[in-house]
Design a protein around this ligand. Structure first.
Ligand SMILES: Cc1ncc(COP(=O)(O)O)c(C=O)c1O
Length: 389
């Protein structure tokens, strides 16, 4: 950064995103096999698209909604939280946000003072790290236990708490590892959180994409946690609505006016057309969610099978959820994950994401995304096979 640019230190400390860098490099190439994007490749279901068109035609979307969202949408969200998350919610405890991302940012901005520490299990979603920095907080990375599927090391979380710890922010199911935090772990976490009176901010973007015997558990379903959790959700993954930019958060009624103070300057309200689409998503048929889940599960199994066939090139933990996995690179001695991924892109035309983007314990890994058609997985792995042999 040149000295004469008047840029805040807050922004200057943030490094270029490895994810966007890989996208930039692959944009200049033809016929790339993409395993680097964490966005659903399916189209938004038709009934949701039609509901948005109908709202436009009825002239409902030209103005702002209330800052916290349409009342009928918030009402439907409370039903969903009760049914699927076991969270006893009122409409007054909901803010409809510009995707989960704006909800997470608003939550952090309303909780974090400059220099406050935020615990992030590592590896973690790269955007969470940036969000903590933008809020002038200090990320404190707590390594997860890789050999146990990158599980949360609750004891290490306890040991990492200092007088400056204000919050813990996690995503479960996880981007980038596919780990699902189970109820027992989250109940242990609850004990620590209440003992030290810190906040939990959750990112539950992949809540419906959980496989095998695993179950999604929302920590806000524990009644004692009421004043200590802000839970962030999204329509992006569940209904393949990435571009609609629509999500929501739930918190105690007493917290909502405070979170609103950081939501309004960034968003005023979530896009109104997308709020009508989200209403249709919640009230319409849910077959699409089951179909997406079944597809991701079959693609996960295919990817694991292809990794097994490669032999000792990578070592991986089978993802329990999300549509991402985080194999360790066994063959790149002395090379950084960025170097390995750039080589894979330039020489084999396979786009992946270097693990270094996901916190200090991410180095030496790469993130692979399985929200793609089977053909894409096979094309990528045929090329990886030829590249490493
Ligand atoms: C863990 C996680 N949270 C949030 C998001 C983005 O959510 P939204 O589109 O709702 O802002 C992503 C997208 O990749 C993600 O992986």
């Amino acid at each position: 950064m040149k000295d004469d640019w008047r840029i805040s230190k807050r922004v200057q400390q943030i490094e270029k995103s490895a994810i966007h860098e890989m996208t930039r490099l692959s944009r200049n190439m033809d016929d790339v096999a993409f395993l680097s994007w964490a966005k659903p490749t399916s189209n938004t279901p038709e009934h949701i698209r039609k509901a948005a068109i109908s709202a436009i035609e009825q002239g409902l979307v030209g103005g702002y909604s209330g800052t916290n969202g349409l009342p009928e949408l918030r009402e439907e969200i409370t039903k969903k939280l009760e049914r699927d998350n076991n969270i006893n919610a009122k409409a007054s405890e909901i803010i409809v946000t510009v995707g989960a991302i704006e909800g997470l940012s608003a939550a952090l901005m309303s909780v974090i003072d400059p220099g406050d520490e935020v615990i992030l299990p590592s590896p973690t979603y790269s955007t969470h790290i940036r969000q903590v920095l933008i809020a002038s907080g200090k990320p404190v990375f707590v390594p997860t236990i890789e050999e146990h599927g990158f599980s949360l090391d609750v004891e290490r979380v306890r040991q990492s708490i200092t007088p400056k710890t204000k919050a813990i922010l996690y995503c479960s199911p996880s981007n980038p590892t596919g780990t699902v935090l189970n109820e027992a772990q989250l109940r242990q976490l609850k004990d620590i959180v209440l003992e030290h009176n810190i906040m939990v901010i959750t990112d539950e973007a992949y809540e419906y994409f959980v496989y095998d015997d695993n179950e999604h558990f929302s920590i806000a379903s524990i009644p004692e946690m009421k004043k200590n959790v802000i839970s962030c959700f999204t329509f992006t993954k569940t209904y393949a609505m990435t571009g609609w930019r629509i999500g929501y958060l739930h918190a105690d009624e007493g917290l909502i006016p405070q979170i609103e103070k950081s939501h309004i300057p960034f968003a005023i309200c979530a896009p109104v057309v997308s709020q009508y689409a989200a209403l249709a998503a919640l009230t319409g048929p849910q077959d699409c969610v089951r179909e997406f889940r079944e597809h991701y599960l079959s693609t996960r199994d295919l990817m694991c099978q292809r990794l097994d066939q490669l032999g000792g090139i990578f070592e991986y933990q089978r993802p329990q959820g999300s549509y991402l996995m985080f194999p360790k690179i066994l063959v790149a001695e002395g090379r950084s994950s960025a170097d390995f991924c750039i080589g894979l892109l330039k020489d084999a035309k396979v786009s992946t994401t270097p693990g270094v983007a996901f916190g200090p314990t991410g180095e030496g890994h790469l993130r692979l995304s399985f929200c793609v058609p089977h053909d894409m997985v096979n094309k990528a792995f045929d090329r990886i096979e030829a590249y490493v042999k």
